[in-house]
Design a protein around this ligand. Structure first.
Ligand code: A3P
Length: 272
């Protein structure tokens, strides 16, 4: 009716850039882009397209909140703004800085089998080095010192979810962090996304029509308002084969850390 029209007119009048109410904090290669794009299908969500790196990079942080807000897309009051910067997860400063901006911030953390995540991380590094004609090493060369695991390696450390999450739980209550199962987001995106909708207190909107499996891509692609699209080709890349012994070693190494993580979040995952 006319009242409704008035209402939506009033909403569209207040279109402006706003600070995020929700942040995807990681993990790198967990499926953060898929999560952001799937969330963007929801009419109540607007998302910053690029990674913002505000809370982790000093140079950006010191530009201040007005700069941060200026990185956000325009929204109406009925919409929430979301940004994703996976580097926040391992940043020691990000948790407290985010709390200082908005203590009610809803945090999304998407995790994946830590060995798969590590191989995915390595695949990306390898791809970038090849593209820049830089020398590169096999994962075995990177992670083995003799036959011992080099546990100090950065990419390996990024798979230590418990260690990184502990920093966040010192600052935010558990209820303010929603864990997304990255493996499940690949296989059944709708069921994971419905849980995300509930956590963000959005109206239930996403349905089976928003996702279709693309045989060529080997992943689900997205559909809304008659438009279809898959994620960029850098998402869902084939991984190189990794030495079986190394994979086993990694599994063993992560298992204890995984148990810590399960205890922290109050649920388990079917990882290697
Ligand atoms: P791989 O490329 O190693 O398979 P991020 O966006 O955090 O970098 O995560 C990338 C990962 O998202 C990909 O890792 C892929 O497995 C996963 N992913 C989840 N859903 C996807 C989808 N629908 N299309 C493509 N990749 C998806």
């Amino acid at each position: 009716g006319p009242q409704e029209r008035n209402h939506s007119w009033a909403i569209s009048k207040d279109r402006r850039q706003r600070l995020p109410q929700s942040i995807i904090i990681g993990v790198r290669k967990g499926g953060t882009r898929a999560l952001l794009e799937m969330l963007s299908l929801h009419p109540q969500v607007v998302a910053a397209h690029s990674e913002v790196h505000f809370f982790n990079v000093e140079e950006n942080y010191h530009k201040g909140l007005d700069w941060y807000r200026a990185q956000m897309p325009v929204s109406s009051p009925a919409q929430i703004t979301v940004e994703k910067t996976p580097a926040y997860f391992s940043s020691l400063k990000a948790p407290e800085r985010i709390r200082a901006v908005d203590s009610s911030m809803k945090l999304l953390l998407i995790v994946r089998d830590p060995v798969e995540r590590l191989v995915s991380d390595y695949t990306q590094i390898l791809h970038n080095r090849k593209a820049r004609h830089k020398p590169y090493q096999a994962l075995e060369q990177i992670l083995w010192k003799g036959r011992e695991l080099n546990t100090q390696h950065k990419a390996l450390q990024r798979s230590l979810y418990a260690q990184n999450l502990a920093q966040w739980l010192e600052v935010f209550p558990r209820a303010q962090i929603h864990i997304v199962d990255g493996g499940s987001l690949i296989r059944e995106p709708l069921s994971e996304m419905r849980q995300v909708e509930r956590f963000l207190e959005l109206q239930p909107f996403l349905g089976p029509g928003n996702f279709y499996f693309n045989q060529t891509k080997g992943f689900y692609c997205l559909q809304a308002r008659g438009l279809q699209h898959c994620l960029d080709q850098s998402k869902g890349r084939p991984h190189p084969t990794v030495n079986e012994l190394l994979l086993e070693q990694l599994c063993t190494y992560f298992s204890e850390h995984n148990e810590d993580f399960f205890a922290m979040v109050g649920r388990t995952f079917n990882w290697c």
